[in-house]
Design a protein around this ligand. Structure first.
Ligand SMILES: N[C@@H](CCC(=O)N[C@@H](CS)C(=O)NCC(=O)O)C(=O)O
Length: 225
């Protein structure tokens, strides 16, 4: 049985969404955010203190995009994957990692300096600079999504889960109204997927059942973080 450690609407949502798309059985362990401060015993399971952590037998993984790729590989054949003999194989891998490395990274600074830090350490100018940086990167998808429904291979793939999570985080940060039209329409399409809706319900139900707050992130982070 696959075990996924998860915080509400954090990057571990990518593997959660993938598990729902693939119809795989899993156990979801919910943690308060940030776990390294609020669930210290988690450091014994994952010394990095980050989520996701996915455990499958002897396999332990902590990178959300790599986990998406792994879940495709162990579920082969699946249309969520793009095979090396398909024309869009390179584009697929690029978008899969673009979602995390290029689109999510600048948003973590927005999150930290507009929400997670104590009021006295918040930096609205830094948050806005990184929001603009994120939006400039995101705009590169506008011409792509103006001509097709999904990023590559003429179908929904794990690359859409990866980029879709970056859009989910952006919406959570209040950046949704600044999406360009084709990106906004794409994000609406992704949210209509049954597996996406099931993943949202799964995290909320599990949070309530496990006594973890179902609110995505606390207002402040302990000052030593
Ligand atoms: N590149 C990793 C980043 C993992 C990561 O930094 N996760 C964040 C939450 S979205 C986290 O655990 N932050 C809490 C901390 O760093 O203590 C991935 O894609 O999974």
């Amino acid at each position: 049985m696959i075990i996924l450690y998860h915080c509400m609407s954090a990057r571990s949502f990518r593997p959660l969404w993938m598990l729902e798309e693939l119809g795989k059985a899993y156990e979801l362990v919910m943690l308060p955010f940030p776990p390294r401060a609020l669930a210290r015993s988690y450091l014994e399971v994952n010394p990095l203190g980050t989520i996701p952590l996915l455990i499958n037998g002897e396999t332990r993984m902590t990178e959300s995009a790599a986990i998406c790729q792994y879940l495709c590989a162990i579920s082969a054949p699946t249309t969520l994957d793009v095979r090396p003999d398909e024309d869009d194989f390179g584009a697929y891998l690029n978008y899969l990692h673009f979602g995390e490395a290029t689109l999510t990274f600048p948003q973590t600074l927005v999150l930290r300096y507009s929400r997670l830090e104590h009021q006295s350490r918040r930096q609205p100018a830094v948050a806005e600079d990184y929001a603009k940086w994120f939006l400039a990167r995101l705009r590169t998808l506008e011409p792509v999504l103006s001509t097709r429904e999904y990023l590559c291979a003429d179908r929904f793939t794990a690359a859409d889960v990866s980029v879709g999570y970056a859009l989910m985080l952006a919406q959570h940060l209040g950046l949704g109204p600044r999406f360009t039209p084709a990106v906004a329409a794409y994000w609406t399409r992704l949210q209509e997927r049954e597996a996406y809706v099931r993943a949202l319900k799964s995290q909320s139900d599990s949070a309530v059942a496990q006594g973890v707050s179902p609110i995505p992130a606390p207002d402040t982070m302990p000052s030593e973080q």
